[in-house]
Design a protein around this ligand. Sequence first.
Ligand SMILES: [Zn+2]
Length: 294
Amino acid sequence: MQPFHKTRLAPTPSGFLHLGNAFSFILTAAIASKHGASILLRIDDLDRSRVKREYLADIFDTLTFLDIDWDEGPRTVNETLKSYSQHRRLALYKESISELNAKGFLFPCACSRKDLASAGLLGGCTGRCQTKEEPFALKLKECPERLAIHLYASGISYLPYPKSTSQFIVQKKDGLPSYHLASVVDDIHFGVDLVVRGKDLWDSSLAQVYLASLTHGLQPYTATTFFHHSLVTENGAKLSKSAGHTSIQHLRKKGLSKEAMYQQAGAFFGLQEKVSNLQEFTQVVHPMRIIGTE
Ligand SMILES: [Zn+2]
């Protein structure tokens, strides 16, 4: 198997983790183990208004419950806030934003979501906003028609760029970097070369690879390999962190054991064998055979 250097678990502490998060952690840990990659725990806590201590604690509780270990990153809530918060890397994000701006790739936009919606736009700019008077975001001017991306199953693939993700935000109105920007900068900073994530982040992967291609310091990211897995849904809808009954906390209180959780994850990813822990899951999972991977 191709060796990878590092992958990451990148939860957002904006709610209690649900079954989908747990399955994604399990798959990421198994793939990392198969490829000899180390695991970074990177907690995406940029949006302070949504972060709560109990959500941070839930991340550590869940990983401990699943018996998933990581090689790098915080071990406690306090360590997260003190040493690993994304707010400690704001200077790094700023540096990339300044480079993009200096190269002329960005434009200011003060449009609100309401402005865009009433103009029938999903993103971009109405062209009528007043950036002299109002706080503005910085958005990417142009996106390509097609883009090369390294996919786990098919290697380098030249794919259409999603229209829904054109002219995306790089710096928000509050001055903080967007998720796309922070995610790429972090992955480069920590040396991540394998990203395992849900299919819902497909457009993000393309947006992030494109962003990296424009920025000198982030270019190694264009060689990052992506693995997109299916998502756990309930009646066809993506699980949300606010739907309490699928949260790991709730399921554990109802008596769900670690073994049962691994069995469920195995069944979800189409394994024929019964598995009850990470070692067994890793042994029998064939990442290339996982249905609906890419
Ligand atoms: Zn605008």
